[in-house]
Design a binder for this molecule. Structure first.
Ligand code: PLP
Length: 456
């Protein structure tokens, strides 16, 4: 007899994961190492320590330790807003008339409004433990900057955020939340850094990009005593911290003997998806179980579905290590898109390798269809989803409707990464029918591919 499944499956405090799971340990083909952009040799710990906190640099390089203890201070912080609920979307299933069973893991239940706090608190903790004065970072849509400012205020660290200029202007509320938590917020590109000055000289009037804000934040960290740079996605350390999402999900599902057939997540830099799927992919890699895994990205920024698997720069200023990833090239400029958190040109090297090895598939979806799914979801499940998260909702609904046609009772799990309260201009565009669905042509993608570094 299967147990009755409640609307929300919570974990008791003692059931919560006490270790992160490092999926790289179970990968036969390890993700390619970060390279020094000058020498093209793998980055050493000493080189990484110059930019990142020492403990985080070690995590970045660790391809072999499967489980890494979550320090007690981080566990205690997690207890304030975790476990996050795993919700059975009974209302959505009913509305769709599907025999599929739909579950979502909701990460929007904290003030920052997204999963990003899971890694922000870990990164702030290691910075504090190292005796640093502060950290610098970039933020695009603002979710990462918000999460990091919360984490830094908790550990009494300085937090300096370079915010992509167009977001700085369009999202004043996000900016003010960051300042409420004590962060200083600078619109990027700025005149505060050499790389910012250079970019402004070459492109006066630019409204900035994530790649450019990264360059400024790295420069500020490496030229200020007692500071390091922290990043909200893409890196393997971030993916590691986000595995708390997947581990909680797995424990909750195992409690009720639920096995997902399909696991879906939106992919920007890949951290939430990587975190959600890691424990499941681990089973897949070890040959214990099989799952269909789908990464969803915007058609306007299609790194997995149309990108190249190559070494690339992580930032516009080319100051960061080179990473091998599915990428559109650091010179790619996506068209205006409301899912700011999914506009990065590259993809986590862990996910890129898993995708290349066929452990995961990818789909790209158009913006209007994503917002239609978001609205459909909001109206029955109550939660107002972030545009990024709604990419996963869209494909979850597509899959549930396929089940309706075939009569299959598949179990679908998706990651609902956050809430969309700061995205109401995007919703307004959708309601007014003024949303653009521009998909780059091959010609549009060419300059990005031409910007890839020559590796010989
Ligand atoms: C940042 C963000 C994403 C995308 O980032 P990943 O690193 O790919 O997870 C998705 N959803 C929300 C709500 C975000 O803030």
């Amino acid at each position: 007899m299967s147990k009755e499944i409640p609307y929300k499956i919570y974990l008791e405090e003692h059931e919560m994961p006490k270790q992160w799971y490092n999926v790289r340990a179970d990968m036969k083909n390890k993700p390619a190492p970060l390279l020094n952009p000058g020498t093209k040799q793998p980055m050493t710990l000493e080189e990484l320590e110059h930019v990142f906190c020492t403990e985080l640099a070690k995590q970045e390089l660790d391809d072999t330790t499967p489980y890494i203890d979550i320090p007690e201070e981080i566990l205690n912080f997690y207890k304030m807003y975790r476990p996050s609920p795993l919700v059975r979307a009974y209302c959505l299933e009913k509305k769709l008339g599907t025999p599929a069973k739909i579950y979502y893991k909701f990460e929007g239940n904290n003030t920052s409004g997204s999963h990003k706090l899971n890694s922000a608190i870990a990164q702030a903790y290691y910075a504090k433990k190292q005796g640093l004065k502060g950290v610098t970072t970039e933020t695009g849509a603002g979710q990462w900057g918000t999460a990091l400012s919360m984490a830094c205020s908790y550990f009494d660290l300085d937090c300096k955020v370079y915010m992509v200029k167009c977001s700085y202007e369009q999202k004043p509320f996000r900016r003010e939340v960051m300042r409420t938590y004590g962060a200083s917020v600078t619109p990027s590109p700025s005149m505060e850094t050499e790389v910012g000055k250079k970019i402004l000289l070459e492109h006066p009037g630019t409204t900035g990009s994530l790649g450019c804000a990264i360059s400024e934040a790295v420069e500020a960290a490496t030229t200020t005593e007692g500071y390091r740079y922290v990043l909200g996605s893409v890196l393997s350390q971030v993916l590691l911290h986000q595995t708390v999402i997947g581990l909680e999900t797995k424990i909750a599902m195992d409690k009720y003997d639920i096995k997902p057939d399909i696991i879906i997540g939106c992919a920007g830099g890949g951290s939430n998806l990587g975190g959600l799927i890691s424990p499941f992919v681990g089973e897949k890699l070890r040959g214990e179980n099989d799952y269909q895994i789908i990464a969803v990205e915007p058609a306007s920024c299609p790194s997995l579905t149309r990108g190249k698997y190559a070494y690339d720069f992580c930032d516009t200023g080319k100051v960061c290590p080179l990473a091998k990833m599915y990428t559109l090239g650091s010179g790619f400029i996506p068209s205006a898109n409301h899912a700011g958190g999914l506009r990065y040109h590259g993809m986590s090297s862990v996910l890129s390798q898993l995708y290349d090895d066929g452990y995961m598939e990818a789909r790209s979806v158009g913006q209007t269809a994503v917002f239609a799914a978001a609205e459909q979801f909001a109206r029955v499940e109550g939660i107002l989803p972030a545009p990024e998260s709604s990419h996963a909702i869209k494909v979850a609904i597509d899959e549930a409707l396929k089940c309706k046609e075939t009569g299959e009772e598949k179990t679908i799990l998706f990651g609902l990464t956050g809430t969309g309260y700061f995205d109401m201009y995007a919703y307004e565009n959708f309601h007014n029918g003024t949303m653009s669905d521009y998909i780059p042509t091959d010609e549009d993608l060419k300059p990005g591919f031409d910007s890839l570094p020559k590796m010989d």
